[in-house]
Design a protein around this ligand. Structure first.
Ligand code: FAD
Length: 518
């Protein structure tokens, strides 16, 4: 087996860990580096059959479509095998105000971006030129599609194309199985089962090999740590510190449960439902066969027993026989993600609560970046690593700010959890500065200058104005004076939404047809 020490060229990558992150990384590397061809880079994935994967991670964002298509996975096969449904949005319930019986204020964060080709309508919505509708309904057609329980496409469209933008909800265990088969059979990844018992370092400090229970010492030129929260290689062996960010994002535990539908033909929402609770929030995801649910909470603000009571109250009769699993979460990221000849991707790299489905998104993006910027030899590795570390750190910091935004502009006052979330010292300075700016003018592209933004202008617009954030229209009126045109466009969007709905099937019906005829 050639190693960096003998040739200098990176000829063999060993991915350790076979969760979603491990298989996505192995797939990206094998595809880009042509693992199947004799002159390509060999990619091996080792996973333990004694250490389970985390088994959650059911919500995605639209970028996953590009990845699946790029890897050569058929959408029909994906929907059939992963018990997948379509996700067009997140509906946030009780996030803005204290919950009052009978009222559940909510806002959508939809995936269709507002149409800005003829100018940004946001200032006009702020000036009340709209028709008294929510921001999302004023600027996008997708809220109505979601409210009517429709899918994002009809059967006439090719795979991966929709009349609205969409991602998926999926069964994490089934998704890992699909990725495994595809990576091995189509992309040429070598798959080994075994547990790493020791990480062997060479004299220069690089990782030389991982010593396993079944395959002895496995050498490689580059190691990818996808061992989940354990971070066996980067964290434990190379000792790269973990930067804890529970000072900003307090939720550090989750209770997860899979629950049945009351009736098997019940409508499937084509959005994640996120309902705020006294010390966190509950996700509710509709798959064709079952619901996936979980309560994400701060153990500093509640205890585990109380959390389970809150969760079971939410589930009601559907959760009576549900097995509830408690998952501790490490919130934050590693100080460096690529150290020596080891890169961490997945929970081993960093994690924040899954409010906006950032896990798979960031892991997929960083796996792609690793493949796209793959160093040819050991000599240039530290230069490539420095850029990787800068970009990935930037991405995590921005993700943390975006998630924090949902909490710090909430007006809830009913528990310490919500009050503490608004304490200035818990809000990153960069976010505080942006919020100050956005009080006197709406966000613009100038506020999102990097190519590595994970969340962009439209995402911020939906969250800010879905949550009643106030930007003073007084400061912008003179720059946006074309009210008649704006009003006409609001009417156009409203009519367009109704027309679109006529072309779209019910969500469950769409899935049934794809499975049957797709
Ligand atoms: P894991 O799934 O933990 O896999 C670790 C792998 O390492 C396993 O294969 C294990 O066998 C292997 N391993 C460990 N130690 C060894 C060893 N010594 N030797 C050999 N192999 C070893 N993400 C989203 O995008 N959307 C969501 O909705 C979402 N929801 C989430 C909810 C919760 C509560 C949590 C905690 C996470 C959520 N995530 C979500 C994140 C999601 O779980 C991860 O994106 C995804 O599962 C990646 O996990 P992983 O592959 O890094 O680690």
């Amino acid at each position: 087996m050639a190693s960096a020490a003998t040739s200098g060229h990176i000829q063999h990558v060993l991915v350790v860990g076979g969760g979603t992150a491990g298989w996505l990384t192995a797939s990206h590397l094998a595809k880009k580096l042509r693992a199947r061809s004799p002159d390509g880079v060999r990619v091996t994935l080792l996973e333990s059959d004694n250490i389970p994967t985390i088994g959650v991670g059911e919500g995605t964002v639209p970028a996953i479509r590009q990845t699946l298509q790029y890897l050569g996975i058929s959408e029909t096969e994906f929907i059939r095998e992963c018990d997948a449904s379509f996700k067009q949005s997140i509906k946030f319930v009780d996030w803005v105000h204290n919950p009052v019986a009978g009222r559940s204020d909510y806002y959508h964060h939809v995936f269709d971006y507002p149409d800005t080709r003829r100018g940004d309508l946001t200032p006009y919505w702020l000036k009340q030129a709209g028709t008294g509708r929510s921001f999302v309904d004023a600027v996008s057609v997708q809220g109505l599609v979601c409210d009517r329980g429709l899918g994002p496409k009809n059967m006439t469209l090719p795979e991966y194309q929709g009349l609205t933008s969409y991602a998926y909800h999926l069964d994490a265990a089934k998704f890992a199985r699909l990725l495994t088969r595809h990576a091995v059979e189509e992309l040429g990844v070598r798959h080994l089962l075994g547990t790493v018992e020791q990480v062997r370092r060479s004299d220069d400090g690089d990782i030389a090999a991982v010593v396993t229970d079944r395959h002895g010492a496995l050498e490689a030129d580059l190691f990818v740590d996808c061992t989940g929260f354990a971070s066996l290689l980067l964290g434990q062996s190379l000792d790269v510190p973990f930067i804890d960010r529970t000072d900003v994002l307090f939720a550090d535990h989750a209770l997860a449960a899979q629950v049945p539908y009351g009736q098997m033909d019940a409508p499937i929402p084509s959005y994640t439902i996120s309902t705020a609770q006294e010390s966190g929030w509950i996700w509710d995801i509709g798959l064709p066969e079952r619901r996936g649910t979980g309560y994400v909470y701060s153990s500093a603000h509640t205890d585990h027993e109380r959390a389970e009571t809150v969760f079971r109250n939410y589930l009601g009769a559907a959760g009576e026989n549900a097995e509830v699993r408690r998952i501790p979460m490490k919130i934050g990221y590693r100080d460096r993600f690529w150290e020596r000849n080891c890169v961490a991707i997945g929970l081993s790299q960093g994690f924040v609560e899954p409010l906006e489905a950032t896990g798979i998104l960031v892991y997929d993006a960083t796996a792609k970046m690793l493949a796209d910027t793959f160093p040819a030899n050991r000599e240039v590795m530290s230069t490539v690593a420095a850029q990787f570390n800068r970009h990935v750190r930037y991405a995590w910091e921005r993700v943390i700010e975006f998630i924090k935004l949902h909490y710090c502009i909430s007006q809830r006052t009913d528990s310490d959890f919500w009050l503490d979330n608004r304490a200035a010292e818990s809000i990153p300075e960069a976010l505080r500065e942006k919020l100050a700016l956005w009080r006197c003018q709406p966000p613009s592209d100038y506020d999102f200058p990097s190519k590595m933004e994970i969340f962009n202008l439209p995402n911020y617009l939906y969250v800010l104005y879905g949550m009643d954030f106030v930007t003073s229209a007084a400061h912008i009126s003179n720059r946006f004076a074309d009210d008649d045109n704006a009003l006409a466009r609001f009417v156009e969007i409203e009519a367009g939404a109704r027309q679109l709905c006529e072309q779209l099937p019910a969500h469950r019906e769409l899935i049934r047809k794809i499975k049957q005829f797709g």
